[in-house]
Design a protein around this ligand. Structure first.
Ligand code: HEM
Length: 386
């Protein structure tokens, strides 16, 4: 596919067309007349149709000669997701860490043929899951005008921002998928919510030694998740774990078992050196094969059966946990979808118009289709009309 070329062409176009406005400066504060002059000059890149499920989801060599690890260059973006970081460091995603939703979905499952690189072979993440994850993060952290999202922080590479309160600040943003109780990243309250944190990784190691005989598996995931939540409630006065973050927190607990174990190894036991390779070093282990067969958050029931959690937050400093009755629970994917669209998206884009509106509507349609593909049976909501 031609995504890479398109992106570079659009970036070039953007530089030519909006030079009067500093890159990534928000358009907030401009008058309606000024906005009407500027917005049409932004390099619009419409949402592309999303990839479907893989035809071949067998185990394939991922760390091959065509995808060497390369260290970061100044300006390259990396963030809280060890998988996306790794894919970017090996060139399965643009190495600068700025990508379209389609590039992200292709990379985490397996892409179509890219004539500039080679077949894109990712982790074998199941298609509807990949679509929902990519679209939901893109809608709050990406740029709907340029169709680009940073897998890390704010960067001029995503183009000029749509008007505030939209943020377009990448996956580091503490607003949706990124949140408290990560395994290897600190809570936002402590400052850096996206860099590898050795202290937290040592908890990962300690629990793997205690409950997994030195390996990370579903049983370890359950015990570690309980620890992470209880630890945040006890120490983070601003602790919160509600939808949509709730879903990613519990899903991520089993992702290392489902995706970081070499596809030829069916033991379900993740080596801690391999874990560090992904979490800290952002690189595939040598000779790494992706898992055999597409999968999603299978195994999460082991975690929730051991540690059933009701969404909530610290209402008044540490150890003041209260349940949030407005949040979707893990068994309410449709409430998650509805609240996300009607609250999170509407908050960022209260009154979109023109191309921005068009892009949001298309991406919201894609998001809904991902819930259909997942078999959730949700009723579609239309915050901006049909
Ligand atoms: C569809 C694309 C994906 C997006 C947009 C995405 C995004 C994110 C984000 C925003 C976080 C931070 C959440 C936090 O605060 O802990 C995260 C964490 C994580 N992601 Fe991804 N992710 C994607 C796919 C994947 C895949 C395919 C894997 C596994 C191969 C994966 C594994 C993980 C893990 C293990 C964490 C937890 C890190 C930790 O707790 O320290 N992600 N992801």
């Amino acid at each position: 596919m031609f995504a890479s070329l398109t992106v570079y062409a659009l970036l070039a176009l953007r530089i030519c067309t909006v030079s009067a406005f500093p890159a990534y400066q928000s358009l907030a504060g401009l008058t309606r007349d000024q906005l009407d002059t500027v917005v049409p000059t932004l390099a619009y890149s419409p949402p592309q149709p999303l990839p479907g499920p893989l035809k071949d989801d067998s185990s394939i060599l991922v760390y091959d000669a065509a995808h060497p690890y390369q260290p970061l260059r100044p300006g390259d973006q990396r963030g809280p997701c060890p998988a996306l970081n790794t894919l970017a460091s090996h060139g399965y995603l643009p190495r600068n860490g700025v990508a379209t939703p389609v590039q992200i979905i292709n990379a985490v499952q397996q892409g179509t043929f890219d004539f500039l690189t080679l077949p894109l072979i990712g982790f074998n993440l199941e298609n509807s899951f990949a679509r929902f994850l990519a679209l939901s993060t893109f809608l709050v952290n990406g740029n709907p005008i340029t169709n680009l999202m940073s897998i890390g922080g704010v960067t001029p590479l995503t183009g000029q921002n749509p008007p505030a309160p939209a943020t377009v600040s990448g996956l580091n943003t503490h607003n949706n998928c990124e949140g408290d109780t990560s395994m290897t990243r600190a809570d936002t309250y402590y400052g850096d919510n996206h860099s590898f944190n050795e202290t937290r990784f040592q908890n990962f190691v300690r629990f793997s030694n205690e409950f997994g005989a030195g390996k990370y598996n579903y049983t370890v995931a359950a015990h570690l998740r309980e620890f992470l939540v209880e630890e945040s409630i006890a120490n983070n006065p601003e602790f919160t774990l509600v939808s949509p973050r709730l879903f990613t927190a519990f899903g991520e607990s089993v992702f290392p078992v489902n995706f970081f174990i070499d596809g030829r190894d069916k033991s379900g036991q993740l080596d801690l050196g391999v874990a560090r390779s992904f979490f800290q070093n952002m690189t595939f282990p040598r000779n790494f094969y992706r898992r055999d067969g597409a999968v999603n958050n299978v195994g999460q029931d082991v975690v929730t059966n051991y540690y059933p959690f009701t969404p909530g937050y610290n209402a008044n400093g540490v150890n003041s946990f209260v349940v949030d009755p407005t949040s979707a629970t893990l068994s309410q994917p449709c409430l998650r979808y509805t609240n996300f669209v009607n609250n999170n998206i509407k908050l960022l884009y209260p009154n979109p118009t023109g191309l921005l509106l068009q892009s949001l509507k298309t991406n919201l349609q894609y998001l809904y289709e991902a819930t259909v593909a997942a078999g959730d049976g949700c009723t579609q909501v239309f915050p901006y009309g049909q």
